[in-house]
Design a protein. Sequence first.
Length: 138
Amino acid sequence: MRMRDPALARASEDERQAIAHLDTLFRGLSRGEWTSFVANRLPVLRLPAPLLDAVREGRLDYTKAIALRRAPEKLREALLADSDTLSVQQIRQRIQEAGRVGAPHEDLDGALETFRRLTAKDRLAGLTPEARGSSCPC
């Protein structure tokens, strides 16, 4: 058994036996290595509920679901509705295109909101002169 992960290389004898048992089980199921399963398939369980439901119901392939999780919610809903006619690559491309179109506006809105929050009068009033960058005790 190869130990690619340094944490696995430091495993105790009991842990090594458990790892060997997992390897045997996965080979017997013809599902590849368990480490591949953990890295590539287990993240499906952390999908947003609509995507997870679609995967569980067999309406959506897990590879498409993984690609869709990165999309903003409105776009995700639209792409989910069209997912049976789109490839994973097409889904990724549409998400990327949408990100290029909406990102500058959303980034600016977020930056303005952060600026407003950080410069609110009540927040500034509670800062010491040093924190405000001023030596004036005004």
